[in-house]
Design a protein around this ligand. Structure first.
Ligand code: GDP
Ligand code: IMO
Ligand code: MG
Length: 429
């Protein structure tokens, strides 16, 4: 019986998980998404063609991997249908390679409106992606959410009507100036749209839990695709500046139905620097010209919202925390090419809190507000490494940079990204 390998973001998202997933999917029969929704944006470049994946598992791009959307995902059917259509245009056989859990929750139009209304009313903004993620998870945990299987059950229309109408009042409460709510939540139109979405998606809906376990029993390789990241986790992130799911290892289990003993390798993905999009603490953020230079060199603009990402040096204190919380077995380090354009590179090795040095991370906001990064400076100037064929071919300073991270965290860096294209990835055994 085989084990499922997992890919998890270590920091605030956008570490290049999509690229690592795409590499691992070459050997996988199934790639399953466990959490989040279309707030995720995973970019994969294949022979110069750029794919921006939001809901459909990136593993599907291998051409032979079945992409499964797990029960832990909140799914906007309109977005999903657009993605299906886009991939079909690229020649992918979606009927054959896409499956959706009957237990995945559905994002409804009021979720997005409520997301915007709540954000508008908040004094301390989170900077959500506006995709309705938080309100959809609220409905799930409040036990009024609509699941994929409800599309095909009696009472669908009544449930949709009750939800749509009751939430109108909520949106009006948080955003009394919004005069378009009634029009945007016109039930007749929503019912027509959603009934159509349900029928169109019917062939893809299945029992993902059983499919995953049967695949493992038949020795097939299963890959779990993380979205978002450790410091955006609702429990282990910088609450409240987080997303509304558990993108850490626990969410992998509850979002798929795999058990703890089914898990094999847990790969933590980082960039050779760091970034964050949205509000909240960020100890190694650079708000100066160096931060701007990282953003330009790394093309750090959001895949989902197009927002400029905040950028800074790599934070090994936060990375050690991500290793602990997720039980990481190895790292994937992307953008080594980008960081190598700096002559000198700084890495945060500890925090200074009012004169006291610590290497232990905490998500306490007051702690993060006081923590100042303690940097160690390393040599950069790697030159153009995108064409390197192996780790040994990299210049000495680039190898030393990777070894420095490995020594600090205590796990190997198995994957090293040297460029955006699928081919620009070094794999170490
Ligand atoms: P994800 O959400 O974790 O999948 O990451 P995103 O796709 O949102 O952001 C990562 C960005 O970095 C994308 O534009 C990738 O094409 C790009 N990328 C990933 N790995 C590398 C790398 O090693 N070098 C360079 N230059 N770009 C990379
Ligand atoms: P991937 O999978 C980066 C951030 C948002 C915001 C916070 C809450 O591409 O790494 P939400 O819409 O989830 O309620 O927003 O979380 N966020 C992400 N940041 N990458 C992501 O996904 C993100 N998904 C959510 O910017 O700060
Ligand atoms: Mg992303």
């Amino acid at each position: 019986m085989s084990k499922a390998d997992v890919v998890i973001g270590c920091f605030y998202g956008d570490e290049g998980k999509g690229k690592v997933i795409d590499y691992l999917a070459a050997d996988a029969g199934i790639a399953v998404r466990a959490t989040g929704g279309d707030n995720a944006g995973h970019t994969i470049k294949i022979d110069g063609v750029k794919y921006a994946m939001h809901l459909i598992p990136s593993g599907i791009l291998s051409g032979h991997t079945i992409g499964m959307i797990g029960n832990g995902v909140v799914l906007n059917p309109q977005v999903l249908l657009e993605e299906i259509s886009n991939l079909r245009d690229h020649g992918y056989d979606m009927e054959r390679y896409l499956r959706i859990s009957d237990k995945a929750h559905v994002i409804l139009p009021y979720h997005r409106l409520l997301d915007a209304a709540l954000e508008k009313a908040r004094l301390a903004k989170i900077g959500t992606t506006g995709k309705g993620i938080g309100p959809a998870y609220c409905d799930k945990y409040e036990r009024s959410g609509l699941r994929m299987e409800d599309f095909y059950a009696r009472g669908f229309k009544g449930k949709l009507k009750e939800l749509t109408e009751s939430r109108q009042a909520l949106i009006r409460f948080y955003d009394p100036e919004n005069e378009t709510v009634g029009e945007m939540l016109d039930f007749g139109r929503i019912y027509e749209d959603y009934a159509r979405y349900g029928e169109t998606l019917r062939p893809f809906v299945c029992d993902v839990v059983t499919s995953l376990h049967k695949a493992l029993e038949q020795d097939e390789r299963v890959l779990v695709e993380g979205a978002q990241a450790t410091l955006l986790d609702i429990d282990f992130g910088s609450y409240p500046f987080v997303t509304s799911s558990n993108p850490t290892i626990g969410g992998v289990l509850t979002g798929t139905g795999l058990s703890a003993s089914d898990i094999g390798n847990v790969y933590g993905v980082i960039k050779a620097y760091s970034s964050r999009v949205g509000e909240g603490p960020y100890v190694t953020e650079l708000t100066d010209a160096t931060g701007d230079r990282i953003r330009e060199l790394g093309h750090e603009y959001g895949t989902t919202t197009g927002r400029p990402r905040r950028c800074g040096w790599l934070d090994l204190v936060a990375l050690k925390y991500a290793k602990r919380v997720n039980g990481l077995t190895a790292l994937a380090v992307n953008h080594l090419d980008t960081i190598g354009k700096f002559d000198k590179i700084k890495v945060c090795v500890a925090y200074d809190c009012d004169g006291e040095r610590t290497e232990d991370f905490s998500t306490n906001l007051e702690f993060l507000g006081r923590a100042k990064p303690v940097y160690q400076e390393l040599e950069g100037g790697f030159g153009d490494i995108t064409g390197a064929g192996s780790f040994e071919e990299l210049p000495r300073a680039a190898q030393d940079y990777i070894r420095f991270i490995e020594d600090a965290i205590g796990i190997p860096a198995k994957f090293i990204g040297t460029g955006a294209d699928r081919s620009a990835m070094l794999v170490r055994e």
